[in-house]
Design a protein around this ligand. Structure first.
Ligand code: ZN
Length: 320
C-alpha cells in the first residue's frame, strides 16, 4: 500500500520537472523500465528522471486515500460495487473486460497513474504544460474496466480541475489509435467537456461510443493525411468550443510498426502530430496536460523514442 506519510501539503512550489523522487515511493509502472531502457536515446536523462519523479509525487499527493478522493469527491461516481471489486481483488462482470489480472499492485498502479495525471494538471496550470509518464487509460468507464484500463485517469483529473481549480471548460484530444470509448461515455451530455477522438476505425473497441467529435481513420493512413485531418479537426474544435484546459492523450500506437495499430505514421510523422496539438494549445495559451496512452511497437526503442519526442515537443512549446 502507499504510505500516507508521503502526502504533500502543496504543489505550488513544484517546477514543471520535479527535482527528485520521494524516497519512500517506488515507481511500479512499466514506464520506469521503459524509460530506463531509453538511456541511449535521451537528450537529457536528468529531465526524464524528474518527470518520473513527478509521477511518484503525484501519488504522494493523494496517498492511500486515493479511493475516497476518486469516488466520493470528484464527480466520477464509481459505484461502490466496482470499488469493492478493485479493493478486494475480486474479478466480477465489472472487471472482467480489463484483460488484466486483478491484484493489489496492479490496482495501486492505476491509482498512481491517476494521481500522476492530476499532478500534471497542476503543473500545467502553473507552467503551461505538464506531462505524466503513464496514464491515458481511456477505455475505463465510470463503473467498469475495459481494455487494460481500470481507472480513467484523465476523467478523474478533468473533474478535479473543475471542482478544485475552477477550470470550466475542458477539451480532451485523444490521438491514441484506439477510440477513447470510456472517456466519451463518461462525458456524454456534459457540455463542459469536449471529447475528441481520432482513431483507426477498424480496431478496438469494436463498439465505439459517441465522442463530441470522432474521426474514424481507414487502415494505413500515413503522415500527411493524418496531420491534415488532425489540423482540420483542431480548427473545428476551436470554432465550436472555447477551452480553458486541454488534455492530450499522445498514444504512439498510430505508428506504422505498432503491434496493435493499423495506421501508417512514421516516427517523424508522430512527432509532427505532437507538435500540431501542442502548437494548437500554445496558440491560444491554453494549459495542456499530456499523458502517454498506448504504444506497442515491435521494437520497444521506437516506442520510447516517440514518447521522448512528445516530451521534447512539450518542452519546446512551453519554453517559448
Ligand atoms: Zn491504444
Amino acid at each position: 500500500m502507499l504510505d500516507r506519510s508521503c502526502q504533500l501539503g502543496s504543489t505550488t512550489t513544484l517546477s514543471p520537472l520535479i527535482d527528485r523522487p520521494h524516497p519512500q515511493l517506488r515507481l511500479t509502472s512499466s514506464s520506469s523500465e521503459a524509460f530506463s531502457a531509453a538511456d541511449g536515446l535521451l537528450i537529457d536523462r536528468r529531465r526524464f528522471a524528474r518527470m518520473l519523479a513527478a509521477t511518484a509525487l503525484g501519488t504522494a499527493t493523494l496517498g492511500s486515500s486515493a479511493h475516497a478522493w476518486t469516488v466520493q469527491d470528484r464527480g466520477i461516481r464509481l459505484p461502490p460495487a466496482y470499488l469493492a471489486d478493485l479493493d478486494g481483488d475480486e474479478h466480477t462482470e465489472r472487471t472482467r473486460d480489463s484483460e488484466l489480472p486483478l491484484a493489489r499492485q496492479i490496482v495501486n498502479a492505476y491509482y498512481l497513474a491517476t494521481a500522476g495525471t492530476c499532478l500534471a494538471t497542476k503543473l500545467a496550470l502553473e507552467h503551461g504544460g505538464g506531462m505524466n509518464l503513464t496514464g491515458g487509460f481511456h477505455h475505463a468507464f465510470a463503473d467498469r474496466a475495459e481494455g487494460f484500463c481500470y481507472l480513467n485517469d484523465v476523467a478523474v483529473a478533468a473533474r478535479q480541475l473543475q471542482q478544485d481549480d475552477g477550470v470550466g471548460r475542458v477539451v480532451i484530444v485523444d490521438c491514441d489509435v484506439h477510440q477513447g470509448n470510456g472517456t466519451a461515455n463518461i462525458f456524454q451530455g456534459d457540455s463542459s467537456v469536449f471529447t475528441f477522438s481520432m482513431h483507426q476505425r477498424d480496431n478496438y473497441p469494436a463498439i465505439k461510443e459517441k465522442s463530441d467529435l470522432d474521426i474514424d481513420l481507414l487502415n494505413g493512413v500515413g503522415d500527411n493525411e493524418y496531420c491534415e485531418t488532425l489540423s482540420g479537426a483542431l480548427e473545428r474544435i476551436s470554432a465550436e468550443f472555447e477551452a480553458d484546459f486541454v488534455f492530450y492523450l499522445a498514444g504512439v500506437d498510430p505508428y506504422e510498426l505498432d503491434q496493435l495499430g493499423g495506421l501508417g505514421l512514421s516516427i517523424d510523422g508522430m512527432r509532427r502530430r505532437d507538435r500540431l496539438v501542442l502548437d494548437w494549445c500554445q496558440a491560444s495559451k491554453t494549459p495542456v496536460a499530456v499523458v502517454l496512452a498506448g504504444g506497442y511497437a515491435f521494437n520497444t526503442d521506437d516506442t520510447v523514442q516517440m514518447h521522448c519526442n512528445t516530451y521534447r515537443e512539450l518542452e519546446s512549446v512551453i519554453g517559448q
